[in-house]
Design a binder for this molecule. Structure first.
Ligand code: AGP
Length: 605
């Protein structure tokens, strides 16, 4: 997610801007920039890369006492100098930084182009400063021009505006993306998150959706959505900088677990029109879909589990031939693939060496390639015929959580889209779409069971082994639950098809062995229950994860996911197992965010 900072005071603004941006680096970024303004000039410096690159452009004696700064996490337009913020109007008299997604930016670009505006970047954000210029020219009152501008924006935004017309003033407006304000003896601040100016004040003012503000050196005015001035409501921010960067959570992993409702919402944003999916990147592919005779899902680790999930859905919805394989195996299995094969690659980082190598092989064999990636402009995103982006934002913890659930969600939309491209009608599609849209609230409800998962994780404290079992769409969840637990708590955790237990693995079950059983799929739940009874008969302690209506009186530990289509149960189930693993690792005092032996992105084979 992008980082925004603004400062206006009686002393040079630049040190506050650079320090603020450095405090927001944890939000992840690929380019950075600042604007400084005084009565004579408005100047902007911006560059691709780290803050250190930006600082090389800046002389230390810049004395302007008002300015805005930005670190960009690319969503529209690859990381580049031109796409970096701040964005200015043609005359260079107004400068804007933005965090969020302007969904209708193409339409606004066209409208402004007809008015003679020229665009220099690939970003959605640039339409904001041009629209502001358009309205300001008609009526040179910035507060009103900004109000008219944001009324035209569909999507999410946190915006800061400076201009040469009012060189000591910063205008701010907010909807869905975060923006907090602060005041101290040094001056007045605005930022995406409190750590940016926490050294100067712990009294902060989080803007609410629809609100705007006008910041001057010694004053700050807040307005409601109708433009009426309202009393600022200050709150005391209880955390220090370090804790604040984790949003008050004690680890990035826990913060990212709790970000899932909002990032699932962002990933789904604009993906449906009625019962049609909206994936323009797929529409624009030059593919004879009637000639695709097999589909292969390829990835590593957690992303591979997402592929197992997507593969099962693909077979269920399209009835077509498909298979799934780890990228590290694909390269050596002499795959019988060709121009009639669709290969779908999934990767959070977009830099995983095994996946990159698999893409090269698939392309060499003429396959059609699509990738589902979280990092815009990453290597994998540039290698495939089409790329779809999850909107999980930067995932800092090594153990993948929000990237996984957004992969599941976006892959679900992709499979529905492919069925459309094949001309296949998916049974229950409108139910699926309405349940996909409910996922943020369902995920929020599941997060309410955190205490219960923490308590159940206590069962792991003296366990060396733990097992996860499931059938069909519950199996990738079992795999992911086992991976989460083993990679952060170092407990030996394995996942098995529930039906496979009796063919060997059940020999491992002894008194007090902890078995987590997934039974969210009505068609096979009763079969899984009989598998669970087999383990209990041998002394296992079973945690049952199941749906609202599944009878479970006979089981001691039962956790229920909220009512949702079985095809989507994997998302809430995964969140439960993430919390289970988190507290299992916490009990053992493990380093949650940086587990031993692991890297966030495995860029070696
Ligand atoms: C999952 O928690 C791990 N961090 C790891 O398995 C990861 O999913 C795998 O290395 C693939 O990474 P990618 O999604 O960035 O390609």
């Amino acid at each position: 997610m992008c980082g925004i900072i603004g400062f206006t005071g009686k002393q040079p603004a630049l040190p506050f801007l650079l320090q603020g941006l450095s405090r927001l680096e944890y939000r992840g970024y690929d380019s950075a920039g600042v604007t400084l303004v005084n009565s004579k000039a408005l100047r902007t410096w911006k560059t691709k890369g780290r803050l250190s690159e930006l600082e090389k452009l800046l002389s230390k004696d810049l004395a302007e006492s008002c300015g805005i700064g930005h670190t960009r996490w690319a969503t529209h337009g690859v990381p580049s100098n031109m796409n970096a913020h701040p964005h200015m109007n043609e005359e260079g008299t107004i400068s804007v930084v933005h965090n969020g997604i302007v969904e209708n930016y193409q339409e606004l670009r066209e409208e402004l182009r007809e008015e003679g505006y020229i665009f220099h970047s690939e970003t959605d954000s640039e339409v904001i400063v041009q629209l502001l210029d358009f309205y300001y020219r008609k009526n040179p009152v910035m507060k009103e021009a900004l109000a008219k501008t944001v009324k035209r924006l569909e999507g999410s935004y946190a915006i800061c505006v400076t201009s040469i017309f009012e060189p000591d003033t910063i205008y701010v407006s907010k909807k869905e993306s975060p923006m907090v304000l602060g005041q101290s003896k040094e001056g007045t601040f605005c930022a995406s998150d409190a750590p940016a100016f926490l050294e100067y004040t712990r009294e902060i003012l989080p803007l609410q959706d629809g609100q705007s503000a006008i910041l001057n050196a010694g004053s700050l005015e807040v307005f409601d959505a109708s433009g009426k001035q309202i009393e600022p409501r200050w709150i005391h921010f209880p955390y220090d900088v370090q804790a604040a960067q984790k949003g008050g959570y004690d680890s990035f992993m826990l913060k990212e677990i709790h970000e899932q409702p909002s990032v699932i919402r962002e990933t789904l944003r604009g993906r449906f029109r009625g019962t049609k999916t909206v994936l323009p990147m797929i529409d624009q592919m030059n593919v004879r879909w009637d000639r695709i005779d097999q589909t292969v899902f390829i990835a590593c680790g957690t992303a591979y589990h997402a592929c197992i999930y997507a593969n099962l859905l693909y077979q269920k919805y399209t009835g077509k031939v498909s298979w799934v394989i780890p990228a590290s195996e694909f390269r050596y299995c002499s795959p019988n693939v060709n121009e009639h094969t669709l290969c779908i690659f999934v990767s959070q980082s977009g830099e995983t060496a095994d996946t990159l190598a698999a893409i090269k092989l698939a392309k060499a064999k003429g396959c059609v390639t699509i990738s589902v990636v979280n990092v815009l402009g990453s290597s994998i995103s540039r290698m495939t015929d089409a790329v779809l982006y999850t909107a999980a934002g930067p995932e800092i913890a090594v153990a993948s959580t929000k990237a996984y659930t957004t992969q599941l969600v976006l892959l679900h939309v992709l499979v529905l889209k492919l069925a459309e491209m094949y001309g296949i009608k998916v049974k229950g599609k409108s139910r699926l779409i309405s349940d996909l849209k409910r996922l943020p609230e369902v995920t929020e409800q599941v997060l309410g069971q955190e205490e219960k998962m923490k308590e159940l994780a206590g069962m792991l404290i003296d366990q060396r082994d733990a097992y996860f079992i499931g059938r069909q769409l519950d199996y990738p969840t079992a795999l992911e639950g086992a991976l989460k637990l083993k990679e952060i708590s170092y407990v030996h955790a394995d996942a098995y098809y529930a039906g496979e237990l009796k063919h060997g693995p059940i020999a491992l079950i002894e008194k007090d062995t902890v078995v987590t059983a997934m039974a969210t799929q009505p068609e096979v739940a009763s079969k899984t229950v009989s598998n669970i009874r087999e383990t209990i008969a041998r002394g296992a302690r079973v945690i049952l994860i199941t749906g609202e209506n599944m009878p479970a009186e006979e089981f001691e530990y039962v956790v229920r996911i909220p009512e949702i289509s079985p095809e989507l149960a994997a998302i809430p189930s995964a969140v439960l197992l993430q919390m289970f693993a988190y507290y299992g690792a916490k009990e053992k005092g493990c380093d949650i965010d940086k587990p031993r032996n692991l890297a966030k992105s495995v860029t070696v084979e």
